[in-house]
Design a binder for this molecule. Structure first.
Ligand code: CP
Ligand code: NVA
Length: 308
């Protein structure tokens, strides 16, 4: 059993194993091969925040293996961590389900839960990271480019959960990572140093000028400017991030073969324009589909196929 709590807690070999298994499971899915890996078994899901892609891809992945799922949401009668301790919930849930996915505000809650759980736990977004999103993003990049070594990923916007996971995955897979955004929204230096200590050859550049940042991009990546829970900052951030919008003019400074990724949901007209979202460079729906293939890959590895 290996929990998936953040990219930086995994090894490069773990990440490669997940991408390889996910590609294999995607191929089997596309061929219509049914692998009854979880018949009669259940995935337990915690969601403290909204979701489309993550929730549907987790459930679809589980259904594809003949299993089912139970979702606990932080609303109405279920007060999530107020009603019962994290520790007790982890111990009890482990008696019912084969594995647990968690979307929480706090990374600490996921880590505490994982310490007590006797089944594997996957972080499907916290304030700290979005590791399975980064995995789907790198699967998409591998499909488009083959070998990723030496490729350049340019991330425009907030140095947030998604950016953190992308930085660590880039460092592990030999991808140059360029961050571009307003100075106050840089990735935290402590985190950058931790990543660099784990992947000494990694290349990380901060370039505040977005037109210079995208000059040699293979991938131009953006995310919402105000993440879930930061809604009251949205108006201020709209102004602060305006120069970093992924639009036709900015893409004119990037190589014509560059692709555009966005973890979605997109705020069309804010961090990305309609023209780019609907244009030929966007790979955002392939990227979204790959969320399910990543979960199929992880669940397959958890079933005993973990070879590293
Ligand atoms: N990208 C992503 O995690 O989407 P959802 O919030 O819809 O799950
Ligand atoms: N940074 C965004 C990602 C959404 C998938 C958020 O946390 O809301």
């Amino acid at each position: 059993m290996k929990h998936i709590l953040s990219i930086i807690d995994l090894t490069p070999a773990d990440l490669e194993a997940i991408l390889t298994e996910s590609a294999l499971m995607k191929d089997r899915y596309r061929q219509g091969i049914f692998d009854p890996l979880y018949q009669g078994k259940t995935l337990g899901m915690y969601f403290e925040k909204p979701s489309l892609r993550t929730r549907v891809s987790l459930e679809s992945a589980m259904n594809s293996f003949g299993g089912g799922s139970v979702c606990l949401e932080s609303s109405g009668l279920n007060q999530m961590w107020k009603r019962e301790s994290v520790k007790d919930q982890a111990r009890v849930m482990s008696r019912f389900v084969s594995m647990v996915s968690m979307r929480t505000f706090s990374q600490e809650v996921i880590e505490e839960f994982a310490r007590e759980a006797t089944v594997p736990v996957v972080n499907v977004l916290s304030d700290f990271g979005h590791p399975t999103q980064a995995m789907a993003d790198f699967l998409t990049m591998k499909e488009r480019f083959g070998d990723l070594k030496g490729k350049t990923l340019v991330y425009l916007g907030d140095g947030n959960n998604v950016a953190r996971s992308l930085l660590a995955a880039s460092a592990y897979l030999g991808v140059h990572f360029i961050w571009s955004g307003p100075e106050d929204y840089r990735l935290d230096q402590d985190y950058v140093e931790r990543v660099m200590a784990k992947a000494v050859d990694a290349e990380f550049i901060e370039e505040l000028d977005p037109t210079k940042a995208v000059k040699h991009a293979n991938v131009v990546y953006t995310d919402v400017w105000a993440s879930m829970g930061q809604e009251e900052e949205a108006a201020r951030r709209e102004m602060e991030f305006a120069a970093y919008q992924v639009n036709e003019k900015l893409m004119g400074h990037a190589p014509s073969k560059a692709i555009v990724l966005h973890c979605l949901p997109a705020h069309r007209g804010s961090e990305i324009t309609d023209g780019i979202m609907d244009g030929h460079q966007a790979a955002v729906y392939d990227q979204a589909e790959n969320r399910m293939h990543i979960y199929r890959g992880i669940f397959s590895l958890w079933k005993g196929n973990w070879r590293v």
